[in-house]
Design a protein around this ligand. Sequence first.
Ligand code: ADE
Ligand code: ZN
Ligand code: ZN
Length: 262
Amino acid sequence: MINRILPVLLVFLSGLTASAAGTTPFWSKTGHRVIGEVAQMHLSRKAGKAISDLLEGETLAEVANYGDDIKSDRAFSEFSPWHYVNFPADKAYTEVTPGPQGDVVQGIEKCISILKDARTSRKDKVFYLKMLIHLVGDLHQPMHIGRAEDRGGNDIQLQWFGRGSNLHRVWDSNLIDDYGMSYSELARTLPRWPGDKIRQIQQGTLYEWVEEIQEVTNRVYASVEVGEKLGYRYRYDWWDTVEKQLLIGGLRLAAVLNDIYG
Ligand code: ADE
Ligand code: ZN
Ligand code: ZN
């Protein structure tokens, strides 16, 4: 009897874990890889060499999900708040007191300062480089600069093509994953911008980037009603924005890395 029940039970349990994983607030694995791939294409020769040496030949796309991969390991729990920041929609990040536990902005700043410090060990350089690659990606997911009251849209329940979802998850993964392209296909088919537009997007401070992304966040919050049934129309209306966030995330990651590694 147990021989017959066990496989059924295992299938049932793996379904549960899969659906639990589906609620986990991660910018899609594909999204992070696209951002890594775009950045890779815009690295200076010197930065590309230094990074390839630290990553032992792995590409930015290959390590882009490291920050999420370590989340389930308690040894890294201090880094969990680094993936996002929540603050009131009508305030600038510079107007709010940063949480003592850290957030995505502080996380990025910390990675940069550790990587620029000549005393940092090679092991730490590898760790904080992988974190930085991941966090610049998270920063560009509009729902990672969210509102505390709905946990960055996690508590705004919606239907996505007839299945239960929420605003955070639509932006983390539903939009990108349902598009059905691999990360390399997506990276290859993103809009091509002229050099001056690329340089303009790469300029500015981290705080200016946050303010700009927050404008997207506010538009995304205004784009749905609680319980709404989303499908093709929503993707049609928002796909350009998804592509733009992936592109600017990648371009800015390259700018940050070129600044660190010369
Ligand atoms: N948990 C609480 N707020 C969050 C956010 N904005 N993004 C991801 N996870 C969260
Ligand atoms: Zn998320
Ligand atoms: Zn993350």
